[in-house]
Design a binder for this molecule. Structure first.
Ligand code: NIG
Length: 393
């Protein structure tokens, strides 16, 4: 394969600073160029110093940044819940109850239908700059449907989380369902999954039940993630910190003790601004978490109930315009910060950053700098996406 020189980069956001600080000057090269070879970045630096290469692409003065790393999605589902959304916008509260609607439709779908729908959303995300994506099971909730969901998830996503513990489905005793989730269902899904997840919330699973599910998943070799403190003070954040989870997601309702615990732990708080807006929950306290020293990530939470968007750019713009972050803090959290939640922040498999030797997975904005992501909200600025050195689309 030949070497490919990419020039005409007005601003290259690398996210490669060793100190892992979003505002670090090391994370940005102005008037930059990159050489891509064998799917990886062979050289990166000021355009004036660029070596020669076999091919050349001139981006004409556009910004380049890492592809988005979307580490919280639920793409494996069937059906539509727009009526529930409309009712919510007319004043009905969001609750875990709507999940049953999607479970019924998902159980009725074939594996092919599930893959086709998930792939549609995966491609929709890719066109908008997402080059790494996690997705979950969690709308099957019986042995056969969860296994089918795991197969579909593995077909479309870079990493799969097992969410058999989404809610207790109708028609089964609670204790029997926990035995299924921590026993035969876990054994069937674990070969497809990298993480176990649980919805720790009123109406879903309490802290003791969640701990049981997470420890069983960990014993099966899976990393740990938690849906916590979305609709109230569920205890999910404290549990995630106690277990050293990679991520606790949602985090809308946090006590001072939760914030302090996150700041003292390696657990990343993955915030889901599109979900907060779509469920009319208070926006997660991103500024408070960052100021306390906690690590944060942003993700879309793309799913048919609480957040039907695949747009990471929308999440970044919301984080800046509504949650008090700078553009660079928000972009960091949607790339390298998110990579941390799946153990892919550093090393040869790293995603969410652009560095010599790393994956050539990046997006090009039709704008001179990343600030336009929030300065021009709602405008589809991503005009080209490269994954592992190949241009998509
Ligand atoms: O992350 N919170 C739990 N699960 C999903 C949404 C589930 C649904 O409403 O379908 C979420 O928001």
């Amino acid at each position: 394969m030949s070497t490919h020189l990419v020039t005409g980069i007005s601003e290259l956001t690398t996210q490669s600073s060793e100190e892992a600080r979003p505002e670090s000057a090391e994370n940005r090269v102005l008037d930059a160029a990159m050489i891509v070879e064998h799917g990886r970045i062979a050289w990166i630096g000021p355009a004036a110093n660029a070596p020669a290469a076999d091919q050349r692409t001139d981006l004409g003065g556009r910004a380049v940044l890492p592809g988005w790393v979307d580490t919280h999605t639920h793409l494996v589902f069937a059906g539509d819940r727009s009526a529930e959304f409309e009712a919510r916008m007319a004043g009905q509260p969001y609750s875990a109850g709507g999940i049953a609607t999607t479970v019924a439709a998902t159980r009725a779908a074939t594996e092919e239908q599930l893959v086709v729908n998930a792939l549609r959303l995966r491609l929709e995300a890719a066109r908008q700059g997402t080059t790494f994506l996690e997705t979950k099971t969690g709308y099957g909730l019986d042995l056969e449907s969860e296994t089918r969901s795991a197969v579909a998830a593995a077909a479309v996503a870079d990493v799969v989380s097992y969410l058999g513990a989404h809610v207790v489905p109708p028609g089964i005793d609670r204790r029997d369902y926990l035995d299924l989730v921590t026993g035969p269902m876990l054994a069937a899904v674990a070969p497809y999954a990298g993480f176990v997840d649980v919805f720790c919330e009123t109406g879903a699973f309490d802290v003791e039940e969640s701990r049981e599910v997470l420890l069983a998943g960990r014993a099966a070799g899976l990393g740990v993630r938690v849906h916590g403190n979305q609709l109230g003070h569920s205890g999910g954040v404290a549990l995630a910190v106690e277990l050293g989870a990679s991520s606790v997601d949602h985090c809308n309702h946090l006590s001072d003790a939760d914030v302090a615990a996150l700041a003292d732990s390696p657990t990343v708080a993955t915030l889901l601004p599109a979900c907060d807006l779509s469920t009319r929950q208070p926006l997660a306290p991103a500024r408070r978490l960052l100021d306390a020293g906690a690590s944060i990530a942003f993700a879309t939470n793309c799913n048919p109930g609480s957040s039907y968007t695949s747009s990471m750019a929308f999440c970044v713009a919301t984080a800046v315009l509504q949650m008090g972050l700078t553009v660079r803090e928000a972009v960091w959290a949607a790339t390298r910060g998110a990579a941390r939640t799946v153990g892919a922040e550093l090393g040869p498999g790293a995603v969410g950053s652009l560095r010599t030797g790393g994956h050539a997975s990046f997006q090009v904005l039709d704008a001179p700098s990343v600030s336009h992501l929030a300065y021009r909200p709602g405008v589809p600025l991503t005009v080209a996406v490269w994954k592992n050195g190949e241009r998509l689309g």
